[in-house]
Design a protein around this ligand. Structure first.
Ligand code: HAM
Length: 404
């Protein structure tokens, strides 16, 4: 027997219904916020992710599904959605349409070769939004409140963590300060952190090792080293969240696992799904369009992990819906199809192809969660009528087939 690859899952029945419910709900809310659907390829040139997500990130360094294709191109299955959307934005020359704003939403599979565990898959699905051309912190707030709206509509509780990652003005001097601090306690930090002091010192801040975390308590904080513009924006963001009654926690160690962020970074976490608790994450990435050869364009976005949210979502109760059609004799089966075809203009219809007794049809209609069970028996066939039972109101009647 051939099984799905480790860390990859089939979605069927109840699970696929959850999936569709989440995508439909998120789509509805994103559309209300003015986002349009974008679809970009799953396979991209490897250098796209190296340049955007960052060579020193775990995603690029350790987790890429990367290979040479038959034409000797170095390609990679996308580990996240933002890089592809930015590539598409630049390729379509939208960066040259100054003063215009573009908002895109997407959903689909992402691939990361991580060690699979509960809530961590190698193929998982994200729903994400990317907003281009709006540098105002109002847009950061708007994105966060949109994610909040999606979770509210899905009936999911969350904690929101926010941070500012500074900008090219305040980040480099802070980075130097941090490197100075880290070098002082180098010997006590774990191996990973030691490697990161050179490659990506900011990532040291979110090391999961307890010893490292206790040492980092006294590290210099970017929050108190922000330039005026970043500081003003962060304060404005917290004020807007306060005004909207969206509770949040400022986490000065929230750095995100992708290198393209500046200014606002945020994560939505749930304490009901185990250790892989991040259900959505995002932030501002004002330099990424330029990094990918476009004109300077401010941008901000987020993505949520659909599988993690599937663990939390309450499905709305499905009410009985549509028709179940059956016949009791072979000769009547053909006459079910024109009736089904007419009803399908407005309703969901299930047709049973085998003749059965009434009791069996009623049982089937119940299993199909149909509202009406309609059956052509011997008499009905002779008189061109059909027997219809409303399975909610428990009423039954026989009507002329032409009026069905
Ligand atoms: P991310 O934080 O890497 O951000 O991923 C977003 C979400 O995808 C996570 O919060 C989590 O729910 C889910 N996720 C990540 N890895 C896995 C996994 N291995 N298994 C299951 N779920 C997972 C991004 O990808 C950014 N592109 C978000 C963004 C959009 N920033 C700006 N725009």
């Amino acid at each position: 027997m051939i099984n799905a690859l480790r860390g990859m899952k089939d979605l069927t029945f109840e699970e696929s219904e959850r999936f569709v419910h989440i995508v439909n709900t998120a789509t509805k809310i994103a559309t209300r916020y003015g986002y349009n659907y974008i679809e970009t390829p799953i396979l991209e040139e490897t250098k796209l992710f190296k340049r955007s997500v960052g060579e020193s990130s775990d995603i690029v360094g350790k987790e890429m599904y990367q290979f040479m294709d038959k034409g000797d191109n170095d390609v990679c299955m996308r580990p996240e959605g933002t890089a592809g959307v930015v590539r598409s934005f630049v390729q379509a020359k939208l960066d040259r349409r100054m003063n215009e704003k573009f908002k895109f939403y997407y959903y689909g599979p992402m691939f990361r070769y991580e060690r699979p565990q509960k809530g961590r898959l190698r193929e998982f699905h994200q729903f994400g939004c990317e907003s281009f051309g709006e540098g105002s912190v109002y847009e950061d707030f708007s994105i966060i409140s949109m994610v909040g709206d999606i979770f509210k509509e899905l009936g999911i509780g969350y904690d929101l963590e926010i941070n500012s990652l500074g900008c090219p003005e305040c980040m480099p001097p802070y980075r130097e300060k941090l490197i100075g601090f880290l070098n002082e306690c180098k010997d006590e930090l774990c191996e990973d952190c030691n490697r990161r002091i050179e490659t990506n010192p900011i990532r040291v801040l979110d090391c999961k090792n307890e010893t490292c975390q206790s040492l980092l308590k006294d590290s210099p904080k970017l929050m108190t080293n922000l330039c005026n513009s970043c500081d003003t924006d962060f304060k404005k963001l917290t004020q807007l969240l306060d005004d909207a009654n969206i509770s949040y926690k400022v986490d000065t160690h929230l750095v995100r696992g992708l290198d393209y962020y500046s200014k606002t970074a945020f994560e939505f976490v749930s304490n009901n799904i185990g250790s892989q608790s991040a259900i959505a994450g995002g932030g501002r990435y004002d330099k990424l369009v330029e990094f990918l050869d476009g004109k300077p364009t401010p941008a901000v976005g987020f993505a949520l992990g659909i599988e993690r949210i599937m663990e939390l979502v309450q499905m709305p109760e499905l009410s009985r819906d549509g028709y179940y059609l059956g016949a009791m004799d072979e000769e009547a089966i053909d006459s079910l199809f024109p009736l089904a075809s007419k009803k399908r203009m407005t309703d969901k219809v299930t047709v049973e192809y085998a003749p059965k007794k009434l009791k069996a049809h009623l049982k089937n209609a119940d299993k199909a969660n149909a509202r009406y069970c309609a059956v052509i028996g011997e008499n009905e066939f002779k008189n061109s009528t059909i027997w219809v039972k409303d399975l909610v109101e428990k009423e039954e009647k026989t009507i002329v087939q032409n009026n069905f």
